[in-house]
Design a protein around this ligand. Structure first.
Ligand SMILES: Cc1cc2nc3c(=O)[nH]c(=O)nc-3n(C[C@H](O)[C@H](O)[C@H](O)COP(=O)(O)OP(=O)(O)OC[C@H]3O[C@@H](n4cnc5c(N)ncnc54)[C@H](O)[C@@H]3O)c2cc1C
Length: 343
C-alpha cells in the first residue's frame, strides 16, 4: 500500500518543517517524514543566526539563548580584528527545529519521525527502510547535504566541507562570535560561538584534510583553555557536512511527481561561512508555497533572486582561497568581516 499526499516532504530540519507548514497552511494534505527519532536531535550545528532572521521567523525569539553583538576575526597569529555591528542570536538548535516542526503540525501537516528513506524510485514513490511507501503530487527534498531526493533527480552536492565541534564551558561571559582563519585550516575556519555558560568550538575543512580535523580542534581548544577563556572538559562532540558548491538545480520531475529541493539539499548554505539555517527556512517556505499554489516553475527563479548574488560571491571567494596557500591578505579578502570581501 502506498500512502499518498498532495505534498510529501522528506526531512524535518528547518527547510522541511518550513515547507510542510507553508503547504499545510495553504490547505494541502501534507505528509512530512524524517529518519530522526525526534526533531532536531542530535544537533549538528554551531547555532548562530543573524538578527535579521528573527524578524521573519517567530521561533527564533523563543529558542534564542544568547544575543551576539560583534564578530572577532583572528588571522593566523595576529591580534583580532573586531567588527562591532554584527548582531545575531545563539539558538538552542534542537528547540528551534522542534518549534518549527510543532508549527507544521499545528498547520495540519502529518509529521512523522523514525521514517528513514531507503530509496526514491523513478516513479517518485519514496520507500522507507521498513518497506513502507509514500507518494506525493509534489515531493519536496529537504533531506540535507546528501539528499536522496536530490540524487534521484540528478542534483547532488559535489563539494562539501567536513566539520568537528565540541561544546566546552566558557570561563567568562562573551558576546561575539570568534573566527579563526589560517592556512592550517584549509577550505574552512575555526570558531568559538558563546551560548551562555558554554560555547561551541569547532572547525571545518576540505574533505581531503578530514584526518587533520581532530588535531585542529584539539589545538584550538588547548589554546583557548591556556588563555583562560574556556574549560578543558569536553561536554559534547558533534560534526557533519556542509555543502559549499553553491546552488543546485532545485526543480525536477520523477514520473508524474514534481520535485523541489530546499535548504542544504538545494546547496543553499553559504560556501564561505557555512551558514544555512536562514536559507533553509526561507527556501522551505518558498517550496511549500510553490507546491501549494502550483507555481513550481517559478521556484528556481525565486531562489536565484534571493540567494544567487551572495552565493556567487561566496563561491568566487572560496575558489580564490583554495587556488594557493593563502596569505594573510588573501584570508582577509576571503572572509565576510572585511570590506575586501565585498568589493
Ligand atoms: C557543525 C556545523 C555547524 C553549523 N553551524 C551553523 C551555524 O552556526 N549557523 C547556520 O546558519 N548554519 C550552520 N550550519 C549549517 C546548518 O546546520 C544547515 O545549513 C541547516 O541545518 C540546513 O537545514 P536543512 O533543513 O536544509 O537540512 P538539515 O537540518 O540537515 O535537515 C535535514 C533533515 O533530513 C533528514 N534526513 C536526511 N536523510 C534522510 C533520509 N534518508 N530519510 C529521512 N530523513 C532524512 C535528517 O534527519 C534531517 O533532520 C552548520 C552545519 C554544521 C554541520
Amino acid at each position: 500500500m502506498i500512502e499518498t499526499a498532495d505534498v510529501l516532504v522528506v526531512g524535518l530540519g528547518p527547510a522541511g518543517a518550513s515547507a510542510a507548514a507553508e503547504a499545510a497552511r495553504r490547505g494541502r494534505k501534507v505528509i512530512a517524514i524524517d529518519r530522526k527519532r525526534e526533531a532536531g536531535r542530535p544537533v549538528q550545528c554551531a547555532e548562530f543566526v543573524p538578527a535579521m532572521i528573527g524578524l521573519e521567523v517567530l521561533e527564533v525569539a523563543s529558542t534564542a539563548r544568547q544575543r551576539i553583538e560583534s564578530m572577532a576575526t583572528f588571522v593566523e597569529g595576529d591580534a583580532p580584528d573586531f567588527k562591532g555591528d554584527f548582531p545575531g542570536h545563539m539558538l538552542d538548535r534542537a528547540a528551534f527545529d522542534a518549534a518549527l516542526v510543532a508549527r507544521a503540525a499545528e498547520a495540519g501537516a502529518d509529521v512523522r519521525f523514525s521514517c528513514a528513506v531507503r530509496r526514491v524510485h523513478k516513479s517518485g514513490t519514496v520507500e522507507l527502510a521498513d518497506g513502507r511507501r509514500f507518494c506525493g503530487a509534489t515531493l519536496i527534498g529537504a533531506d540535507g547535504p546528501r539528499s536522496s531526493v536530490g540524487r534521484a533527480i540528478g542534483s547532488v552536492n559535489e563539494k562539501l566541507v567536513e566539520t568537528r565541534q565540541v561544546t566546552v564551558r566558557l570561563r567568562a561571559p562573551h558576546a561575539s562570535t570568534d573566527i579563526f582563519l589560517g592556512s592550517g585550516i584549509p577550505g574552512g575556519y575555526g570558531w568559538l560561538f558563546p551560548k551562555g555558560e558554554v560555547a561551541n568550538l569547532g572547525a571545518g575543512v576540505e574533505p581531503a584534510h578530514k584526518s587533520r580535523l581532530p588535531r585542529i580542534v584539539t589545538e584550538l581548544h588547548a589554546r583557548l583553555a591556556r588563555e583562560g577563556r574556556v574549560g578543558e572538559a569536553i561536554l559534547s562532540l558533534t560534526g557533519g557536512l556542509i555543502p559549499v558548491g553553491g546552488m543546485l538545480r532545485a526543480l525536477g520531475a520523477l514520473g508524474d511527481t514534481r520535485v523541489l529541493l530546499a535548504g542544504d539539499a538545494a546547496g543553499l548554505a553559504n560556501p564561505v561561512t557555512g551558514a544555512g539555517i536562514s536559507a533553509a527556512v526561507q527556501s522551505g517556505r518558498l517550496a511549500g508555497e510553490a507546491a501549494a499554489t502550483d507555481a513550481h516553475a517559478e521556484y528556481q527563479g525565486d531562489l536565484e533572486d534571493l540567494f544567487g548574488a551572495s552565493l556567487d560571491r561566496a563561491l568566487r571567494r572560496r575558489r580564490e582561497l583554495l587556488a594557493s596557500v593563502p596569505s594573510k591578505a588573501a584570508l582577509r579578502r576571503g572572509w565576510i568581516a572585511y570590506p575586501e570581501y565585498w568589493q
